[in-house]
Design a protein around this ligand. Structure first.
Ligand code: NAD
Length: 360
């Protein structure tokens, strides 16, 4: 760290339990400690068996299981979950699954004020943030509200054993993206810097081990530990160009969330690196490399991740519109971004060449 220290930091009141088997053996105790006795469990249809196990462990403290989570939380899905919570007389909600399930739990908390608990099964990190998202008429709105921050997060690496290797890799790099942007966020702090660098180190170290042996509880535990750290960075800071680009690509062009983050991250970091040399150096240290963007790209490619936005289905004709939408939004970024700059980053990610940009 260089220069004169100047920061604000707010700790958020999330309790975290991290242990193999915790989904079923810790969730009931966490609910009881919060005084919650009538919980609605929410999940996606593919995660219903895991959510059922959590519901069974809660016993009489579970008043229903609702498996209506959908990608990007359509308002209709939120309406149905809120209705299920009200009909069951729930006094709290437990979201079991990836970012889509936790997003649905957040929508319930936002609309009803009910306390939320989260049992994550991917590395997306939503469980550590007060950020909600809702999609209506194809437009995704997001906002911050402390009521959607889970009161208790139960990390159980066993839940991630079933996460397919390709999704593990891209979800893990999605997590790394949170830490990377936290390192150059305007509201970062020395504490977040430490968490971010360790988060990148933990996740980047774990992913090759997960890919080599997806059943390894040790590797899964290291990856989920990295996800916790990276998610904590996301919850504490304001994201920049990278998250804006991915939001546009996912929201308007329907590109898949984790894969898009994976393809774009080396390019956004390369674009920002000269304006954020300390952040870039921290990522390089965490990756044990000299060139952070190239090392990120090499890690993703070595683990078989998609390499280009073209592979993800983006049309070349969409690049200009995506660039215009990105440049048209207000967000914090260490380097200013014109529509031409955003187009250059997008085109590079579309083509998949080396991640490098000259200084402004
Ligand atoms: P997801 O929740 O949609 O899960 C992706 C797929 O993986 C789904 O088909 C799901 O059924 C499956 N899956 C999840 N866990 C599994 C497991 N353990 N084994 C097998 N399959 C499993 O996707 P995600 O990447 O976790 O989350 C992305 C969503 O979360 C996006 O909508 C994104 O905007 C949102 N998000 C929000 C925040 C926030 O702070 N609000 C943070 C990160 C992500």
């Amino acid at each position: 760290m260089k220069g004169v220290l100047d920061f604000s930091h707010q700790s958020r009141p999330v309790r975290v339990v991290f242990r193999s088997g915790a989904a079923t053996n810790a969730t009931p105790g966490e609910a009881a400690a919060l005084g919650l006795r009538r919980l609605l469990v929410v999940c996606g249809s593919r995660g219903a068996a895991t959510a059922r196990a959590v519901a069974d462990a809660l016993g009489p403290a579970c008043v229903g299981l609702h498996d209506g989570a959908r990608m990007h939380v359509p308002v209709e899905a939120a309406d149905r979950a809120v209705e299920a919570a009200r009909a069951a007389g729930a006094d709290g909600c437990v979201a079991v699954g990836g970012g889509s399930s936790i997003g649905l739990g957040k929508a319930v908390a936002l609309r009803t004020g009910l306390s939320l608990m989260a049992v994550p099964s991917t590395y997306a990190g939503s469980e550590m943030t007060p950020v909600w998202g809702l999609t209506e008429h194809g437009v995704k709105r997001t906002g911050r509200d402390p009521v959607v921050l889970p009161r208790s997060v139960v990390y159980d690496p066993d839940l991630t054993l079933s996460l397919p290797v390709p999704l593990s890799v891209t979800s893990g790099i999605n997590a790394i993206a949170h830490a990377v942007e936290a390192l150059y966020a305007p509201d970062t702090s020395p504490l977040i810097d430490l968490i971010a660098e360790e988060g990148v180190r933990a996740m980047a170290g774990a992913l090759p081990a997960v890919a080599a042996d997806p059943e390894s509880k040790e590797a899964r535990g290291r990856a989920l530990y990295g996800a916790w750290l990276c998610g904590s960075c996301l919850g504490a800071t304001t994201m920049g160009l990278h998250h804006k680009l991915c939001h546009v690509l996912g929201g308007t062009f329907n590109l898949p969330h984790a894969e898009t983050h994976t393809v774009v991250l080396p390019y956004t970091l390369a674009y920002n690196a000269l304006a954020a040399p300390d952040a870039s150096a921290a990522v390089a240290r965490a990756l044990d490399a000299t060139d952070a963007p190239r090392a990120l790209k090499a890690l993703a490619e070595r683990l078989g991740a998609p390499r280009t936005l073209a592979e993800l289905g983006l049309k070349e004709a969409d690049l200009a519109e995506a660039a215009a939408q990105t440049a048209g939004q207000a967000y914090a970024n260490p380097r200013s971004v014109t529509a031409a700059d955003a187009l250059a980053v997008l085109r590079a990610a579309y083509e998949g060449g080396p991640p490098e940009f000259p200084a402004a």
